[in-house]
Design a protein around this ligand. Structure first.
Ligand code: PMM
Length: 305
């Protein structure tokens, strides 16, 4: 059974700030480039994170890493305070908010465009109040029934991710006859629930949820079908960064590659996802992935989507 990345990574947590690669401050998604796929940097502010190993457990460390991503050119920085790895404990909204709100505020102040990775509508509301411009919800709407009304009211872009079950059950639910069509049917059902609740469909961004109730073959089947996902009329976000299926692909001497050894493969996925029309890629190592989507845009000479 595939799952998400599962061990501490390494990265530029202590390296100096790189040269600023952002050209202007973006306050909404409309201010971001449209001639290439976008890069969303992953900033997990959790003591027990998986792919970055809880490196950014304190606000100050997380803010410093967020600034590094901003300076490296991240179009969006996705701030999350709850681990989504399989079997992770649930985080209470209060604790989640204590972790992420200072980080959201500081990065917004620095001019970064922030999305909040949360399954809790109350956390999403407070993050929007603090300046977050996007809500990224990995629950597959199986979690907080207040989310559609919140998105309808606040009118912010919403990433709707496909998942079956919870962190505890999703592993056993990775069973499909035709993964692409079933993911589309299930995502469309949730999309329709949001639209019925008054959400403007143009605000909904679809994410097929690699590793969320998907094994390795499922993940590759979905990646091969980005063009098909694009026909649904929504922007498509792909989150492959450092996930376990890349570790398995890179197995050497019987040992899967560790999360920190999966960044080059992640860059390859970003280039190919962008070339196949993904609107955005969610990644840990911003700079090389930004280069990859730029190469893809130059190569294909067409806008994503
Ligand atoms: N993956 C993780 C967490 N949040 N959000 C979106 N939209 N897509 C994903 O694939 C996704 C996510 C889990 O892993 P990570 O935070 O270590 O990348």
């Amino acid at each position: 059974m595939d799952s998400l990345a599962a061990a501490p990574g390494t990265g530029p947590a202590t390296s100096p700030l790189p040269v600023l690669r952002v050209s202007k401050v973006a306050k909404t998604l409309k201010d971001l480039p449209t001639d290439r796929s976008l890069v969303m940097g992953v900033l997990n502010v959790t003591p027990d994170s998986f792919s970055d190993g809880g490196r950014f457990g304190s606000s100050d460390e997380a803010i410093a890493e967020g600034l590094r991503m901003h300076y490296a050119g991240a179009d969006i920085i996705d701030v999350g305070g709850e681990s989504t790895r399989p079997n992770a404990d649930l985080t209470l909204p209060d604790e989640e908010q204590q972790r992420i709100l200072p980080v959201v505020k500081a990065l917004v102040k620095a001019g970064a465009l922030i999305s909040v990775d949360t399954m809790h509508a109350s956390t999403a509301a407070k993050a929007i109040d603090a300046g977050a411009a996007v809500v990224n919800d990995v629950s597959g709407l199986d979690f907080d029934p207040a989310m559609p009304a919140l998105i309808a009211e606040r009118k912010v872009p919403y990433v709707l991710l496909h998942r079956r079950g919870t962190a505890a059950t999703m592993g056993s639910l990775a069973q499909y006859e035709n993964v692409v069509e079933e993911v589309i049917t299930e995502m469309s059902r949730v999309r329709d629930a949001f639209v019925s609740a008054g959400v403007d469909p143009s605000l909904i961004i679809l994410d097929p949820g690699l590793g969320f109730a998907k094994n390795e073959d499922h993940n590759w089947s979905i990646l091969r079908a980005i063009n098909r996902l694009n026909t649904l009329g929504h922007r498509v976000l792909i989150g492959a960064s450092r996930k376990r299926f890349l570790g398995t692909l890179l197995t050497s001497a019987g040992k899967a590659a560790a999360p920190q050894e999966r960044d080059h493969a992640t860059v390859a996925v970003s280039a190919l996802a962008a070339a196949n029309g993904a609107w955005g890629v969610r990644v840990h190592d911003v700079g090389p992935n930004l280069d990859a989507v730029k190469v893809s845009a130059a190569w294909t000479d067409q806008a994503p989507g």
